[in-house]
Design a protein around this ligand. Structure first.
Ligand SMILES: O=c1[nH]c(=O)c2[nH]c(=O)[nH]c2[nH]1
Length: 302
């Protein structure tokens, strides 16, 4: 006998671009281009086991919901919109017991023209994404995470790697000066006890909590990457996590997942040329992959 152990379904890659107009000056805009995923969990077993579609909220309806709610509700910041969508699906469908939602915000940045930021012209500022995800259960339990994805950075000095384990498989030479490059994937999880409810998430979104945390996390990532003489990817990412925890008290854990994108020094000695960290080969693969999650130390109870 077979048994359905778990299931979930919904719509992925739902895209929209929303123009937010300044009420006092309707030619001054912000734009939100987003890619959204919504998956539902609930009492859908008969659809799988008895070919009975009666409980299924079609994925097409899920897509329509995302677009209609994006029109009706403020989509800035994405943490507020993810909370709004979570509440919508749980409140509307009594047989939905949980939702799993992810929003990726694409990076459109206004640029200066004649020394002044233009009102409604944007440049696509790389592949970088701002992310928000929510797992929400009918019981009220939720896990809210924010993040940065695909922020590609490189430093051409100020990175070292030495003192590592040596064995008969080791060929890597220790270095005190190398290129360091990565695609930053950083996620910070919010303390749901302290946030309390999704209604409060929406209030905090309007009060600027998530925008200021995003700014702190992005600035911390970029400044520590630049300023540290990095001992390793591991040590640098830990320092970034620690600093974000310090700056954003409502965050409970910070995680980074960083590929180490190798650049190998090209040997030109055969031509009698010295290569003093000037000419490198960007090696597409393999890459290192280094991850960590840092939380807060529990205070001892007396
Ligand atoms: O920062 C690094 N961490 C490693 O674990 C590692 N391993 C390696 O080959 N190079 C590097 N660099």
């Amino acid at each position: 006998m077979a048994i359905l152990q778990s299931s979930t379904y919904g719509k992925d890659n739902v895209k929209f671009l929303k123009v937010k107009k300044d009420p006092l000056n309707p030619k001054v805009h912000e734009v939100m281009e987003a890619t959204v995923k919504v998956l539902l969990v609930g009492d859908f077993d008969v659809a799988y086991t008895k070919a009975d579609n009666a409980p299924i909220v079609p994925t097409d309806t899920v897509k329509n919901t995302i677009l209609v709610e994006a029109k009706k509700f403020d989509v800035f910041p994405i943490e507020g919109f993810v909370a709004h969508l979570g509440l919508h699906f749980i409140n509307k469908y009594s047989h939905v017991s949980g939702v799993d939602i992810e929003i990726f915000q694409h990076r459109w940045t206004k640029y200066p023209v004649n020394g002044k930021i233009h009102d409604h012209s944007f440049l696509k500022d790389g592949e970088e994404l701002r992310t928000a995800s929510l797992k929400y259960k009918r019981s009220g339990e939720f896990v809210l995470k924010s993040g940065i994805k695909d922020l590609t950075v490189l430093k051409s000095t100020g990175s070292m790697f030495y003192g590592f384990n040596q064995c008969d498989y080791t060929t890597l030479k220790p270095t005190t000066d190398r290129i360091l490059s990565t695609d930053v994937d950083s996620v910070w999880e919010w303390d749901s006890k302290k946030l309390g409810s999704l209604q409060n998430v929406i209030s905090q979104a309007r009060a600027g909590l998530f925008d200021s945390a995003y700014k702190s996390a992005r600035e911390t990532t970029l400044s520590l990457f630049a300023l540290e003489n990095s001992a390793s990817v591991q040590a640098t990412m830990y320092n970034m996590c620690e600093e974000i925890l310090r700056l954003v008290p409502l965050v409970s854990t910070v995680s980074y997942s960083l590929p180490n994108k190798h650049y190998f020094l090209i040997d030109l000695s055969w031509k009698g040329l010295e290569n003093d960290n000037e000419l490198f080969y960007p090696s597409p693969h393999p890459n290192g992959l280094i991850k960590c999650t840092v939380g807060r130390e529990k205070k001892a109870k007396f």
